[in-house]
Design a protein around this ligand. Structure first.
Ligand code: GP9
Ligand code: MN
Length: 649
């Protein structure tokens, strides 16, 4: 027994460096999951990490013995950087990095600045394992440890790491549920994969999927045709006449893509008044969807533009605007152009941001006015200030209307109200009381500026007589990635004591589950000067439902839409690209596999939602398949072929 222990110990001793490397890698994953997803001590990811780190550490074993420590240090640095980048990315996008995002590098450079500006110094935690490893190697070098160590045969060491690593992986694999397996293949729910399997297994799975450039799954023509027939048939059969049909037909359509505008702030007032007084006025005068979710994924602004125009979900392993511009989509722009509209988009940032120069053509816009089409007389944040953007855009629209008889549809994409909201000296005065100098307080200052710019635009357009036969369609494109600690400040301030409730105070409001999801809602308003429709709709609505709803009012119909006409339903389920969903009563978090009651934000255990989850996954898959496999183009070609065959008979 003693001899065996001695042998075991000397084996451990001769592997102290890889042992410290693996412990350090596990520590980094624990820290990452604790600081992002919140949960940490769960056995599956820990075991999976040990096996993955063991298998990856073989890379150092192939080096000559005296170079191995460099290899171990290099791997340790890689693990630290991988976790640190994921930690920073999660803070901005509430998801984890994917190789597919590499195509977004141009875009990430700019957003990267705002991520760096909000750099959280906890990120340096991920350097600790490497520092310790280097110190131990230095120490052992001094004692001549590596010279004295008996070098085992490389083949044996590699064999041992392979056997143990694969054995642990197989053991974990036997515990995977069907949901786990399906999510590993699809990978649109990254937080779930990291939570269940740890960052190293998720990264390896992502690498394999992207390197193999595996499509969601290849589809035979017959299968594709069947799927599309069901979708189109379902849309045609479920189409219901309602009083809003063609109510705005032929009017000019001004679409405001309202950057980072969240609905919760519309109810807030401070010493200087409401955060968004003009937006609130528009909501009270128009058709206001007060329970609206933009359904964006990692593509944020561009996802919202995509879903608004196509009534398809964003993909979750990348961004359509960057990687799927060469597909055929049926869009609002194309459908209105068939009715004689001239279609333009306008934005005060570089045209290559989010690849808009390319993707706006794919969406069917006739003209895209980007930064180079404007006089950059005032910059705030990522580009031209909203006030200047709107002032110049009114003149461009006025000129277009003078030159053209036809109705126009114009999408104006705002920019100033963008993370990290730190140019408070340029937003104008707006006192936010106890929230002064906080991230959320700066957001309200920035939002208040954007509200003033919006007011300037609407009044400026009206002064030019451009609103008499028009509608304004406004949507908040996504939430503003406000830190949870900031939301807690807003909800847990005790104005009697001038201090904040502590987390164990019974009055403390935790920002999680359904409340966190509902805070991410954004406004959706269809407004007209004549207040033709003046109503609040609180049925849950997603960006998917915009084209069906607005299209009915404009007299257009998209047979490939995946949303519903909100004016024809009194119940609805909003689904998200990561498998989450929300309806009138519940919010389901796919990452946590938890169901929350919307009334009290409590977790509900006694309701089986597996059927709903299955149907949600089918809808996500259908949307992904349509995009990945270009099924609209395929189906249109099948229809054209059948038409030719019919006409030959
Ligand atoms: C960039 C602007 C903001 O031009 O649309 O993009 P976002 O960072 O919100 O996706
Ligand atoms: Mn945006």
């Amino acid at each position: 027994m003693k001899l065996r222990f001695k042998r075991r110990f000397s084996q451990m001793e001769s592997n102290i460096i890889p042992f410290i490397l693996i412990i350090g890698g596990v520590f980094n994953d624990l820290a990452l999951r604790k600081m992002t997803l919140g949960n940490m001590l769960y056995w599956k990811p820990i075991f999976t990490n040990v096996s993955m780190l063991m298998l990856i550490s073989i890379l150092a074993l192939v080096l000559p013995y005296r170079k191995r420590n460099h290899g171990y240090v290099g791997l340790s640095i890689f693990f630290g950087v991988l976790n640190a980048l994921n930690y920073l990315y999660y803070g901005h996008y509430h998801s984890f990095l994917s190789l597919s995002l590499v195509t977004q590098l141009t875009h990430l450079r700019d957003v990267g600045n705002s991520v760096i500006k909000s750099l959280d110094f906890k990120v340096f935690i991920f350097t600790i394992p490497t520092v310790i490893l280097i110190m131990v190697i230095r120490r052992l070098n001094k004692t001549g440890y590596f010279e004295k160590m008996k070098v085992c045969s490389r083949r044996k060491e590699i064999q041992r790491s392979l056997i143990i690593g694969i054995a642990i992986l197989c053991m974990v694999a036997t515990t995977l549920t069907s949901t786990d397996r399906s999510r590993i293949v699809k990978q649109w729910n990254r937080p779930y994969l990291v939570e269940q399997l740890g960052i190293y297994s998720y990264t390896a799975a992502d690498l394999i999927k992207n390197m193999a450039s595996v499509k969601v799954h290849q589809i035979e023509e017959a299968e594709a045709s069947g799927m599309m027939e069901d979708l189109v048939g379902g849309n045609i059969n479920s189409r219901k006449e309602n009083e809003y049909k063609e109510i705005f037909k032929g009017r000019d359509v001004y679409i405001i893509h309202y950057e980072s505008a969240q609905s919760f702030a519309m109810d807030l007032e401070f010493a200087d008044g409401a955060v968004t007084p003009f937006l609130n006025k528009m909501a009270s005068e128009g058709l206001f969807f007060s329970n609206f979710y933009p359904q964006h994924s990692v593509g944020t602004s561009s996802d919202s533009e995509f879903t608004f125009n196509t009534s398809l979900l964003p993909i979750n392993n990348g961004t359509v605007f960057m990687t799927h511009t060469n597909r055929e989509y049926q869009t609002l722009q194309k459908l209105l152009k068939e009715k004689g509209y001239y279609s333009i988009s306008m934005h005060g940032n570089n045209g290559d941001f989010w690849n808009r120069n390319i993707m706006h053509r794919t969406l069917g816009y006739d003209r895209f006015f980007s930064k180079e089409d404007y006089i950059i007389d005032e910059e705030i944040g990522l580009g031209l200030s909203d006030m200047s953007f709107f002032r110049q855009s009114i003149q461009k629209i006025k000129k277009l209307k003078e030159e053209r008889e036809q109705p126009i549809v114009a999408t104006l994409i705002t920019l100033t109200n963008h993370h990290p909201f730190d140019e408070v000296d340029k937003y104008g005065e707006f006192n936010v009381g106890y929230l002064e100098s906080t991230g959320i307080g700066n957001y309200f200052k920035s939002y208040h500026y954007a509200d003033k710019a919006l007011e300037f635009f609407v009044k400026g357009m009206d002064k030019e007589g451009l609103l008499d036969n028009a509608i304004i369609v406004l949507y908040g494109d996504h939430h503003a990635t406000i830190a949870k600690a900031d939301y807690e400040k807003l909800f847990n301030y005790n104005e009697h004591t001038g201090s904040y409730y502590s987390k164990d105070d019974p009055q403390f409001i935790a920002i999680d589950g359904a409340l966190q999801k509902q805070l991410q809602r954004t406004p959706f308003i269809i407004w007209s000067k004549d207040q033709k429709i003046n109503k609040v709709v609180d049925t849950p609505m997603g960006m998917l439902d915009v084209l069906p709803t607005l299209g009915n009012m404009l007299g257009i119909f998209n047979p490939y839409q995946m949303g519903v006409d909100m004016m024809s339903v009194d119940t609805n389920r909003v689904i998200f690209a990561n498998g989450d969903w929300v309806d009138e009563n519940y919010y389901y978090s796919a990452a946590l596999s938890e169901l929350y009651d919307l009334d009290n934000n409590e977790v509900v255990e006694d309701i089986d939602v597996s059927n709903i989850n299955e149907s949600v996954e089918k809808q996500i898959e259908l949307s992904n398949d349509i995009i990945e496999n270009d099924l609209i183009k395929l189906f249109n070609s099948i229809l054209a072929k059948n038409k030719d065959i019919r006409s030959e008979k």
